[in-house]
Design a binder for this molecule. Sequence first.
Ligand code: NOJ
Length: 732
Amino acid sequence: MSNLYSPSIEAQATELLSKMTLNEKLGQLSQVSGRGAQIPSELADGIRQGRVSSVLNEVDLDIVNELQRIAVEESRLGIPLLIGRDVIHGFKTIFPIPLGQAATWSPDIVEKGARVAALESARVGVNWTFAPMIDIARDPRWGRIAESLGEDPFLCGQLGEAMVKGFQTDDLSSVGSIASCAKHFVGYGASESGRDYNTANIPENELRNVYLPPFHVAAKAGAASFMASFSDLNGVPASGNQWLMKQVLREEWQYQGFVVSDWDSIKDLQVHGLSASQKDSAYLAAKAGVDMEMVSTCYIDNLGELIASKQIDEIEVDTMVLNILKAKYALGLFVNPFTDPSSLPDALNSNHLEDAKEAAQKSCVLLQNNNHILPISKQATKRIAVLGPMANDGYEQLGTWIFDGEEKDSVTCLDGLRALAGDNIEIDFMPVLANSRDHDTQHFDKALDLTNSADIAILFLGEESILSGEAHSRSNIDLPGAQAKLIEHLYASSTPIVLVILAGRPLTIQPILNKVDSILYAWHPGTMGGPAIAELLFGDACPSGKLPVSFPRVVGQIPIYYAQKNTGRPAAEHSYVYMDDVPQRAAQTSLGMASTHLDTHFTPLYPFGFGMSYANFAYEQVEISSQSIKIGETFKVSLRLENHSNIDAEEVVQLYVRDLVGSVTRPVKQLKGFKRVHVKAHSQEHISFEMHTDDLAFYDIRNQLNVEAGDFMLGVGSDSSVELTLAFTLTN
Ligand code: NOJ
């Protein structure tokens, strides 16, 4: 890894360290929570005494500047503060939830989103965000899937890197750059049963091949900090996991940023049962290499004693302090810790809103479009029924983690439709249900009347923001409340129905698929969701989002992800027998004997990478430059993408590979490349992927990163169900 910090930063930090008392050093390891509108005297005193390194959740500009003033003018060494905040998908201008941003499959869009978030949050003095979250998420019950970039290590790594760049730029010290934090290191997304904070048991080989790669990418991209996960990883909670932090992160990856705990996660080591006291917790976390403690006070209360009793060497604490000081120097805080918002663009300016609209638009995934009901013709339509609790709720479209986003700034779907429909189309609106969980069916008949009298009905259903995110996991991921019943009720009408789903996770929508004509999955699209969606519905823009996560048919299929192993008895169409077709008293071994459930098909409802378009794309002449490639060489995959429609549109071209035989079994498919491409109506684009055999490396049976010679299959297409038809061989 290249050096994160220049020699001059190293030197300045080391020089400062040499002047610090032990108490001041321990202070640099301590992050405290802000209190909003005022500065409590104990916080001011703590800063004066050098006992506070960072404040989180303080976003009042004057207060932040005053906190920095106290730190630099009234503490002995004048060390500025890190001001941390969860700026996860926007600050004032809210972009789609990260899972939605991942559905754009566009590093450019994701980078822009992070840039806007950085610029807007820097206006109030935030200099450190707790993002990107790059936990691989394969369980939609887990509420935090909303904050994730989906199920795939490659996609997640590429988009995570884009976020790091967007937050930090190339120069952390420039105005409007803020430090990023790759979280939650590691395995948090594998929490058992999708229950938040739960245990993760992940074999080392899977950790290295699936869960760690996005973090390695973020480390290489220069993410200034990492956050330890709350969760237990193979018996040792991450915040006390030496193997993870010391061996993998520091030794193998040579990571030079700093590591922060999660909120109270050092203290929680005792709750996990890894330590018997807060002192033990401090000892374990410090030994593991967690540099800064978020909120709890195990370090500041105990590290002094642990050093005195020689359990911890002061040199270990010095290393932790240096890691943090270097970030403060790199951010330019020693030169100027104060914020002058006039040096930054206004929050919610028209460029930011335009970027948020583009992100929302390109995140929407068209899942179904029977009889080409979409786009809605403005000429042929006189009356539209807009129904559902998510249609005109500026708050609920924002999604989880919007500490600073405000409902008043949202443009709702109803607003968006009304603005585009013009005077010729009449729009009747009814929320029908008070919110997504409402069970009250009293307005259903009225909704049916409105539907019957309209040319088309657009139903905005889904999940309120609070149903996903931290600590908001669900065991059942159907449409909540009476929403499915509402669809059933409206099915009686002959009016075509378009369903737009706003949600923080994949929902199990199989039961309602044949009750609606079209389905647009819009995630929680953020401030500009309304105009973005309205343009898609009216055909002013063409859907181009692709699923960053597989959609299960039923909850019992979870985990279901495309990069599964083949198993010794893979499921196959020819041998699959559905439960209702099993002959009574069938002999034990008379059926398929394959890895399936009897009561649901073995494929997902929608595969990873899936998303329809109004255009019609064809993949032609998919070719590989050589069928036999020497390890160490590059090769090229090329194709022609044809747009056989009369609309300009974007397509996300996806390249998948299968390594047929490995020293450890390999997934049936792995994403190895993708490109979002614009193709004009009735025209074509030539696309190529420059590949290197290193792209096919994996952690082998010895858990070493290695490229193994052998046979591979490759395919390029519009989603992960593409057939892999090109064979090639890697040779030594
Ligand atoms: C707990 C969450 O797990 C983490 O993601 C977040 O950054 C911190 N709290 C700070 O709010």
